[in-house]
Design a protein. Sequence first.
Length: 131
Amino acid sequence: TMLADIMELNIAQNVTTGEMVREWVVGDTISCLAKTIIEDSATTEASGKKFAKSYKEKGSIKLKSGVKISSRKKVTNIRDYATGEILMTENKIDESPTIYDVEASVPVFDPFGKIIYYDTLLKRADVQYGN
């Protein structure tokens, strides 16, 4: 089993300057199972060029959990439940957890129409905070 932190956008107004300050903060921690999506090759939409083992370029992850995750949130700090070791990381200067955008979250049903879990597709966020 794994754990992941769900980040929410917090918007507040600076009392001194009146500026609106946007900050991503950890809201919830969920139990999950994460798997890297590995394809033999992929085509970039703009160029049509093929790249082998493109998972490093795309940074896609399939997350299985008991909750639907809104596409307005981000996921970070995917880690092992027992050891706390961060399992999904990129090669970053400060070795902080990778931040992922939520592409889609869809329910998976049993044969009787009951939701048994949600599959969520995550893509590595272009902007990695704290780097």
